[in-house]
Design a protein around this ligand. Structure first.
Ligand code: ADP
Ligand code: MG
Length: 254
């Protein structure tokens, strides 16, 4: 991968590809020459210490955060800067955050139908039919007419996943989707994500859940200090990390 021609190939063929991406917050260099390509149907787990730039990376991919240099492409197209094209791009990139971010004053069903009606131009009946099927798929169909506060954290996060899927995204980004959950709810969310991975959804998942990485990921990307320090297939990464930084990190979380 250090061979630049290899990087050229992967960054031009990926569904999501980042090339020489740099981002600063003031003097802080938070993304340093990031080169990363994610193929269609690939599941990439991003792991690394707090502050290493994982969330910024996710936010850069759907342009919640502007970058200073480099290029990010989705399905062969550079990310648009603004306007309708940007709204469409955002719809193509489903995002699930640590804090579920549901609309508190809308029902579960409304949370899932709003985007498809507004951005995808679906009729209410079409959007509701899709939404009910998705709520069924993530196991919360019975909660459709409730409000987010009436659901457990695990249920809310599954609704957040259904809401993202309702836009029929090309790729799903998950930023520590289980780290705000009580332990007994973590698996119900991970199981939904494992199901998605098995159905060949392209996914970028920031998580320290090794069980998920082992079951569902094709690749682990280890970030430290704004850089991609190591990339490997999960079993190899967890059992035989090559860099001292990855070894140190794993010795703390295992
Ligand atoms: P991670 O998700 O790996 O914990 P982040 O991407 O959230 O890391 O943050 C990377 C670095 O950028 C951290 O040092 C963080 O404090 C800093 N940072 C993140 N967002 C901002 C911001 N909006 N303004 C200034 N600094 C930020
Ligand atoms: Mg983060």
């Amino acid at each position: 991968m250090s061979d630049s021609s290899a990087v050229d190939t992967v960054t031009t063929t990926g569904l999501v590809s980042l090339r020489d991406v740099n981002k600063h917050f003031g003097d802080l260099h938070v993304l340093k020459d990031i080169n990363l390509s994610i193929g269609k149907g690939e599941v990439v787990v991003v792991i690394g210490p707090s502050g290493s730039g994982k969330s910024t990376l996710c936010r850069a991919i759907n342009r919640l955060e502007p970058i200073d240099s480099g290029t990010i492409m989705l399905d062969g197209q550079p990310l648009p800067g603004e306007g309708k094209a940007l709204a469409k791009l955002r719809a193509d990139v489903g995002m699930v955050f640590q804090s579920f971010n549901l609309f508190a004053h809308k029902t579960i069903l409304q949370n899932v139908t709003l985007g498809p009606m507004k951005v995808r131009g679906q009729s209410r009946s079409e959007a509701e039919e899709n939404a009910r099927a998705l709520l069924e798929r993530v196991g919360v169909a019975a909660q459709a007419d409730k409000y987010p506060a009436q659901l457990s954290g695990g249920q809310q996060q599954r609704v957040a996943i259904a809401r993202a899927l309702a836009m029929d995204p090309k790729v799903m980004l998950f930023d520590e989707p289980t780290s705000a959950l009580d332990p007994e709810m973590i698996n119900e969310v991970l199981d939904v994500m494992i199901g998605l991975a098995r159905q060949s959804m392209t996914m970028i998942v920031v998580t320290h859940e090794m069980g998920f990485a082992r079951k569902a990921a094709n690749r682990v990307v280890f970030m430290a200090d704004g850089q991609i320090v190591e990339e490997a297939e999960p079993e190899r990464f967890f059992t035989d990390p090559q860099t001292k930084r990855a070894q140190d990190f794993l010795s703390k979380i295992l």
